[in-house]
Design a protein around this ligand. Structure first.
Ligand code: FA5
Length: 345
């Protein structure tokens, strides 16, 4: 047998077959048929021992060279297949950078948080600190130290959600007054606000929610007066509702302040003339306030002979409702995006 000739023939056949190969699996198949153990070229070596000794090296060399040529043809095809598959993938995944981006919406801070931040900025500018307190509060802090002992009838003013006999969800942010004074140790002046959630066993309706936000304010110093309170609240009202707004203090009752006041702001809708929103009174109530009761100062470690203070507690939802003419407080908590998107910051 002319081995060289046969190898040339096989090489030609292999070339033709490789041209038809389209996948890696087909390629492996061809490779095994032309170079595997059962391939014709592999069987040539068995004939070597039948040859005279002097012909054996040339024969062996021819077979090995043949195998190398086959392997190189297969490798070439493999590289070609790989290149073609990458090109196909790139063509398929081509990105058209000139296309419009899909429409996606960016979220924003909740309107209640926006107002809290606005009030915080205002008071930080006047030298106040921002304090925090726990939402699960002790009866002692929420009531007793605020001059509301267990049998006090004024406890009915704030229907409470108790967790145990002695702990409850705080009904207002006023316990943070006590906590801050105790932390300050009865010595240095206090000037703080505390924004946070409060909880009451109120039935939810258009103006009441079982969970709502308040901002507490407290100033304690050696010469704090009701005039300071009024001036501070006027600044707050003007910042929230516009420079035209006036405020009015009406006598009221809170066990933790004496004297106590409810504070009304002149109606933004009718400028005090009288309309539906202010129920023809020209004013709308926004908060409770007063001079800190001596009992509270003493229970919080401050000498009432030396220190006086004022405090106020304002409902944030009420501010937002007045400012934007929102008629139902439940809108803040039902997460209807059509409502929330109106207040995109
Ligand atoms: C208090 O909570 C007092 N701690 C306020 C205070 C602080 C007085 C410091 C004196 C000194 P009142 O219960 O009135 O007071 O609540 C204050 C404000 O919280 C109300 O004017 C109202 O804006 C808001 N508020 C009260 N209950 C609810 C409720 N269920 N839903 C929404 N807002 C409420």
């Amino acid at each position: 047998m002319d081995v060289k000739k046969r190898i040339d023939e096989l090489e030609e056949e292999l070339e033709k077959e490789l041209e038809k190969v389209k996948t890696q699996a087909e390629l492996l198949n061809v490779k095994s048929r032309y170079l595997g153990k059962k391939a014709e070229i592999s069987s040539f070596m068995k004939h070597m021992r039948d040859l005279p000794k002097e012909k054996r090296p040339a024969f062996g060399q021819a077979v090995n060279e043949g195998k190398e040529r086959f392997a190189s043809l297969i490798e070439k095809r493999q590289a070609f297949l790989k290149r073609r598959s990458i090109e196909k993938k790139l063509a398929k995944e081509r990105v058209d950078v000139t296309l419009d981006a899909p429409d996606f919406r960016v979220g924003s801070r909740h309107i209640i948080n926006q107002i809290v931040e606005e009030v915080e900025d205002l008071f930080i500018g006047m030298g106040y600190t921002i304090e925090e307190g726990p939402e699960i509060e002790t009866d002692e802090m929420n009531f007793e130290k605020l001059n509301l002992p267990k049998d006090h009838p004024a406890r009915d003013m704030q229907d409470s959600l108790y967790i145990t006999e002695e702990t409850l969800l705080r009904t207002h942010t006023s316990p943070v007054q006590v906590r801050t004074m105790l932390e300050y140790g009865g010595k240095k002046p206090v000037k703080m606000i505390c924004p946070g959630k409060a909880y009451r066993r109120d039935d939810d309706d258009a103006t009441h929610s079982h969970q709502f936000y308040q901002i507490e304010g407290l100033v304690v110093d050696e010469s704090t007066t009701m005039a300071d309170l009024k001036g501070t609240l006027l600044v707050l009202a003007k910042a929230m509702f516009g420079p035209e707004r006036k405020i009015r203090l009406r006598p009221s009752y809170f066990p933790f302040t004496e004297p106590s006041a409810e504070v009304d702001v002149s109606c933004a809708n009718c400028a005090g003339e009288g309309c539906n929103i202010c129920k023809n009174t020209g004013y709308i109530e926004i908060l409770g306030a007063g001079m800190v009761n001596d009992y509270v100062l003493a229970a919080s470690g401050y000498d009432p002979e030396k220190y006086q203070g004022f405090a106020f507690g304002v409902g944030i939802e009420r501010i937002a409702m007045l400012r934007y003419g929102i008629e139902d407080i439940r809108n803040f908590y039902t997460n209807d995006l059509r409502f929330l998107r109106q207040f995109k910051a």
